[in-house]
Design a protein around this ligand. Structure first.
Ligand code: SF4
Length: 499
């Protein structure tokens, strides 16, 4: 018997695929397909019904009632002056929820409100740059793709294949190694790591000159944190390159998640937390960078049951982003997403915020509109020339994050692999499937990872997965001094074969 069924949009990446979820008595939830879904989309029933879901408030490691949970939340907020309190949220929130969080901060007089979304480092748009829609993709004569778009967003394939084979568009690719796009791109361009910003800035290579000649062109940038040396610089370089050429030019930075931020840069709040200037941290969402510097007390409005080993955490359960309703930003513009029946025991985020705000502070002010942060072309050019480049010195390996997996749940692969080039496998004396040890320069405990040999990867470079908890710890969170936002940079390690 059907208990409920609903059509919605998958919010797990900005591609925004449509899907239906059906719940039948005595059965695991079933996906009703309206089109293809990637592995993440297909995992939605497992995510929603994961044993890690938080189904009741928890305080100091023990379950408590909602009434007591809200009482403790208000008591904690009242207990600290507003300048000792900071708020964080992530890109999983809908537009309405982000506004509610900001309104709560404003009503309580909390100045430090930041968005912690590592995929959102490319939010800044240079004036005059047009973000592509699906229609622009279909109508472009030339499409230049920077990065390994197909590995991260396999569902993009049909759009690009349609553009190439049915619309006769020319497709060019650009990456550190011949990625999957190279199999059918008209021209594929391999650039040396660390040189990409300069190349795009100068736009001298053949693919750039072909792109320049087209009447209508689209540039897609997929630069996840940890892969490119300077993703922020690359993002600006792409926009400046586009703004310098004539004709219809569109841009699609696919790592972009949401269009608005908090009132403070994430790096600034991070520094205050590390410096002990915050006593209470309120977090709304699902993802936080590993090693987050929690202060003494935190109130986490999250869907997951987590044991941080900290006594002074108050956890309040909210529905998962798949279940929540509201406006979300996809590649194809802002769209309204239906909600699903929320997980038992959770409460709507805006309802909780309303209850917390009711007895505290002033009435929330009128709606604050979120929008893309804009910068002038001049500001962007200035930032770009300040970019610093790192060079490998040949002594060790640089490891890059190979995927997006910075979340509390950790549902996907164990990520115990290390992808290296055939040349490096030979010099290290290892074969596919054998084990290598790795440590960072800080002398952390060695990690053992299984070798995957990847053709085309540059020697001295290795790809790892942030799904692996020990690998995650290797990546320090750094703060980009120019934008004051958090970024994950490639890091240098030692790799060896145990005898
Ligand atoms: S491509 Fe993105 S939106 Fe589509 S199913 Fe996968 S995670 Fe969801």
């Amino acid at each position: 018997m059907n208990l409920w069924q609903k059509e919605t949009i998958c919010p797990l990446c900005p591609y925004g695929c449509g899907l239906g979820i059906e719940m039948r008595r005595g059965f695991f939830p079933k996906i009703n397909y309206t089109g293809p879904l990637c592995a993440r989309g297909n995992a939605i029933p497992h995510i929603l019904f994961s044993p890690q879901r938080l189904y009741s408030p928890r305080w100091q490691g023990k379950e408590i009632s909602w009434e007591n949970g809200l009482f403790e939340a208000k008591k904690l907020i009242r207990g600290f002056p507003s300048e000792r309190v900071a708020i964080g949220f992530d890109g999983s929130l809908t537009r309405e929820e982000r506004l509610a969080v900001k309104n709560l901060g404003k009503a309580l007089g909390i100045k430090y409100i930041a968005q912690f979304e590592l995929e959102n480092f490319t939010s800044y748009l240079v004036e005059g740059i047009k973000i592509a829609t699906k229609k622009d993709l279909a109508e472009s004569e030339v499409i230049l793709v920077i990065g390994d778009l197909f590995s991260r967003f396999p569902l993009f394939a049909h759009l690009l294949l349609d553009a190439k084979y049915n619309k006769k568009a020319k497709i060019f690719g650009f990456d550190y190694f011949p990625n999957r796009l190279s199999w059918f791109a008209d021209e594929f361009f391999i650039c040396s790591p660390g040189k990409e910003v300069d190349l795009v800035k100068k736009g001298e290579e053949k693919v750039f000159s072909l792109f320049t000649q087209a009447k209508r062109g689209l540039l897609i940038l997929d630069a996840p944190p940890g892969k490119f040396f300077d993703p922020f610089g690359l993002h600006l370089a792409c926009q400046i390159f586009l703004s310098r050429i004539q004709g219809e030019r569109y841009y699609l930075p696919v790592s972009q998640r949401v269009g608005d931020k908090g009132t403070t840069a994430s790096g600034e709040v991070w520094e205050r937390l590390k410096g002990g200037e915050v006593s209470l941290f309120l977090f709304f969402g699902e993802h936080l960078p590993v090693g987050f510097p929690f202060p003494e007390y935190s109130i986490l409005f999250i869907p997951w049951r987590i044991n941080f080993g900290k006594e002074k955490f108050l956890l309040l359960p909210i529905p998962h982003q798949v279940e929540r309703e509201g406006k979300i930003l996809t590649f194809w513009g802002e769209t309204f997403k239906n909600g699903l029946l929320p997980y038992s025991g959770t409460k709507d985020l805006r309802e909780i915020i309303g209850e917390v705000a009711k007895d505290l502070g002033d009435q929330p002010p009128a709606e604050m509109r979120g929008d893309f942060p804009r910068m002038t072309k001049k500001e962007a050019e200035r930032l770009l020339t300040m970019g610093e480049e790192m060079e490998p010195n040949g002594e060790g390996f640089y490891i890059f994050n190979d995927e997006k997996a910075i979340e509390f749940g950790g549902f996907f692969a164990s990520g115990d692999y290390l992808k290296i080039s055939p040349e490096d496998a030979r010099s290290l004396g290892v074969k596919e499937g054998e084990w290598l040890s790795l440590d960072s320069e800080k002398g952390a405990n060695p990690i053992r990872l299984r070798v995957k040999i990847k053709e085309g990867l540059s020697s001295g470079w290795a790809l790892v997965s942030l799904s692996h908890p020990e690998v995650r710890k290797l990546f320090p969170v750094s703060i980009d001094s120019r934008i004051k936002e958090i970024i994950l940079k490639p890091i240098r390690v030692r790799i060896w074969k145990e005898e």
